[in-house]
Design a protein around this ligand. Structure first.
Ligand SMILES: Cc1cc2nc3c(=O)[nH]c(=O)nc-3n(C[C@H](O)[C@H](O)[C@H](O)COP(=O)(O)OP(=O)(O)OC[C@H]3O[C@@H](n4cnc5c(N)ncnc54)[C@H](O)[C@@H]3O)c2cc1C
Length: 487
């Protein structure tokens, strides 16, 4: 029997999975909430006149890899049931519920490959919800997808490779980068050279961004993390027009480990501390989870090919199964597709899983080096002031969470959610979850895994209520889809 395969995510992992399946006789359904393929790293701008940034401008040193992936898609496109702008918001048994633009669709599957990628990991500080403050990934999306900068004078803060990369991309595109401020140690990368040198081209690329920033006299500091954002004073024009723009960011304050403070004027800032995997769909699908010390996150358990433990028919690939980067995501996509082929009685001639697994081991070592070189400042969660907003969807403060932990005895995130609504809002705790877990664990004096994780709840991302009331279009592979025919 030819299985019906659903792939969620058209980034490097999902596209390579689709390619291997197509090349071996399976035409999958490929779904992505984004309007175009590429995922995060190879995100494409809208397909409209006026967006003329070249591949080199968009992807820099990775332009050739992006082109190779786009060619792969063009090649397999006729064999795919590709559904862009389609959010998988719920899973019930082997059926996925999709919001496709303005209507619902359903896809039944025998096997599903989740290649849902990652998002920024943040640690709140006073004023972090002011207009003008973005996550690093958000700032990069503004540039890559919309071709605009988040402000006139931008500070980049936090840590991890995306910090230097995004600052470099902004400066290269002509934006004014006021400063790049890494919370990690100055010689973090050098201290992990043995691990990072295992993928020399990635090491050189990362070092190259830092060297470029320095060569162009952009202020780069290490060992400081943001603790306070202050709004700019309203301009005369603002006062006359009565616009609320006086609340836009005007200054960021930082602190070093030794307590030195530093203020930087800016009208926008991007910050983040590495990435966290998008695991909600794996949760809804019924995967078992285990705590991953390196990622400091609960991740779906899987075998080396990506087969979910205890959940037949579910496969995981790419950053959504643990952060390893784009090349690793491509390899994991192939491995997951090979597992599907093998589990349903097919073959995957021409693909060498052992070579892929060996290469993945190297990426794993490289990733360990990155985590140590650019550490997540988890201990700083204890210093977040009580009045700081932690869950911005529900306006829950760090103090609210400490209150229900200390006074009402909540000992895990789901109990805390029931008592004070932390993680209850639109983002379902995707953004506040890691910081909330650190705050609870520190107050209770336990390790962060003891705080647990927010239970996955549908819809995993917001869906308009009006659409939910309409009947879905059952869209099995090969079925006629009226809305599509008209398009
Ligand atoms: C904002 C951001 C920017 C990044 N930029 C870079 C960069 O410039 N350079 C770099 O080396 N690395 C970058 N990374 C890391 C990079 O994402 C990965 O290493 C690589 O893209 C992983 O590939 P992937 O296929 O696993 O996931 P992704 O490329 O993230 O692709 C996942 C896809 O799944 C889709 N998806 C997720 N959930 C759903 C759902 N419920 N329904 C439908 N579709 C869904 C997403 O729209 C996305 O297109 C970035 C990460 C983030 C979060």
């Amino acid at each position: 029997m030819t299985p019906r395969v659903l792939i969620v995510g058209a980034g490097p992992a999902g596209l390579r999975a689709a390619e291997l399946l197509v090349n071996h006789g399976i035409n999958p359904v490929l779904v992505d909430e984004a309007p175009r393929i590429g995922g995060q790293i190879y995100r494409l701008p809208p397909n409209v006149a006026g967006f003329n940034r070249s591949g080199k401008q968009l992807y820099g040193n990775n332009a050739a890899k992006a082109q190779a992936l786009f060619r792969c898609f063009d090649h397999i496109r006729p064999k795919l049931d590709y559904r862009p702008s389609s959010l998988v918001f719920d899973l019930v048994d082997n059926r996925a519920e999709l919001l496709r633009e303005d209507h619902l669709e359903r896809v039944d599957f025998d096997a599903m490959i989740l290649a849902t990628g990652a998002m920024d990991r943040v640690l709140p500080f006073e004023g972090w919800t002011l207009p003008g403050i973005y996550s690093l990934g958000g700032a990069q999306i503004a540039l890559k997808h919309q071709g605009c900068a988040i402000g006139r004078s931008v500070v980049f803060a936090g840590t991890g490779p995306l910090l230097f990369l995004t600052a470099y991309q902004y400066a290269k595109a002509g934006a004014h980068v006021a400063a790049v401020i890494n919370s990690g140690p100055r010689f973090g990368a050098l201290s992990q050279l043995a691990k990072l040198a295992i993928i020399p081209e990635a090491l050189w690329q990362g070092m190259g961004y830092l060297a470029w920033l320095k060569r162009h006299k952009i202020r780069v500091l290490h060992g400081y993390r943001p603790i306070r954002a202050q709004a700019a004073a309203p301009s005369d024009g603002d006062q006359q027009s009565g616009q609320p723009s006086d609340r836009r960011l005007g200054m960021l304050e930082f602190i070093s480990e030794s307590g030195d403070k530093l203020e930087v004027d800016c009208d926008a800032a991007a910050f983040g501390y590495g990435l966290k995997s998008e695991t909600q769909l794996a949760d809804l699908a019924g995967a078992s989870f285990g705590f991953d010390v390196q990622n400091r996150q609960w991740l779906p358990l899987r075998d080396p090919y990506g087969r979910a433990q205890d959940r037949p028919g579910l496969y995981l690939a790419g950053d959504g199964a643990g952060i390893l980067g784009a090349e690793a995501a491509e390899l994991q996509g192939c491995l997951a597709a090979a597992a599907v082929l093998s589990d349903f009685g097919g073959s995957f001639d021409g693909f060498d899983p052992n070579a892929a697994l060996r290469r993945l081991e190297r990426w794993q070592t490289f990733r360990t080096g990155l985590e140590l070189a650019f550490p997540y400042p988890a201990e700083a969660a204890a210093e977040i002031d009580d009045q700081v907003v932690l869950c911005r969807c529900e306006q829950v403060t760090a103090g609210d969470l400490r209150g229900i932990t200390g006074v009402m005895g909540a000992r895990d995130l789901n109990r805390a959610k029931a008592l004070c609504r932390v993680g209850m809002g639109r983002c379902q705790g995707r953004l506040c979850g890691p910081a909330a877990a650190e705050i609870m664990a520190q107050l209770l004096g336990v390790s962060v895994d003891s705080a647990g994780r927010f239970r996955g709840q549908p819809p995993v991302k917001p869906v308009p209520g009006g659409v939910l009331g309409k009947p879905p279009i059952d869209a099995l592979p090969g079925a006629t889809i009226p809305a599509l025919e008209q398009a």
